[in-house]
Design a protein. Structure first.
Length: 130
C-alpha cells in the first residue's frame, strides 16, 4: 500500500517526474507524450481523492447504481460551470479547491462506468445500504 501510494505521489509531481510518467505509460503500451502525461496527472489526482474518501465511504457509490452516479456527476459539472462563470466574471480569483467539483465529476463518471459494466443501473434500496 505504501509503495503504491509513493509511486502515485511521485507521478503526481509530474513536472519533476515526466520521465517516470512516460515510462509508466509506455509500459502499458500508451504513448508517453506530454498530453497523455498531463491526462495521467489529472486521473491520478482523481484516484487519490477517491483513495482518501474510500476509507470513510467505502463502496457506497456501488449502492447508488450507475444512474444515480451519473446524476451526481451532472450536479458536479453544473457546480463547476458556475464556479468558472464566477471566475471569468472576475468576481472571484481562481484558488485551490476551485477544481474540486471537476475532480469529483471524474470519479462519479468512473463510478457510473463501473456500475453499468456490472449492470447495476439502480443500485440497492435504502434498506440494503450500510
Amino acid at each position: 500500500m505504501t509503495d503504491r501510494r509513493n509511486i502515485v505521489q511521485d507521478l503526481m509531481r509530474i513536472k519533476e517526474n515526466r520521465q517516470l510518467a512516460a515510462r509508466f505509460l509506455i509500459e502499458f503500451g500508451i504513448d508517453g507524450s506530454d498530453t497523455l502525461i498531463d491526462q495521467l496527472a489529472v486521473a491520478l489526482e482523481a484516484v487519490m481523492v477517491m483513495d482518501d474518501r474510500e476509507t470513510i465511504y467505502r463502496d457506497i457509490w456501488r449502492n447508488h447504481g450507475g444512474v444515480d452516479n451519473l446524476r451526481n456527476a451532472k450536479r458536479k459539472v453544473a457546480r463547476q460551470m458556475r464556479t468558472l462563470t464566477v471566475i471569468e466574471e472576475g468576481t472571484t480569483p481562481l484558488a485551490a479547491g476551485h477544481l474540486d467539483d471537476a475532480i469529483d465529476a471524474i470519479n462519479y463518471l468512473a463510478f457510473t462506468v463501473r456500475n453499468i459494466r456490472e449492470l447495476n443501473f439502480d443500485g440497492v434500496s435504502d434498506d440494503e445500504e450500510e
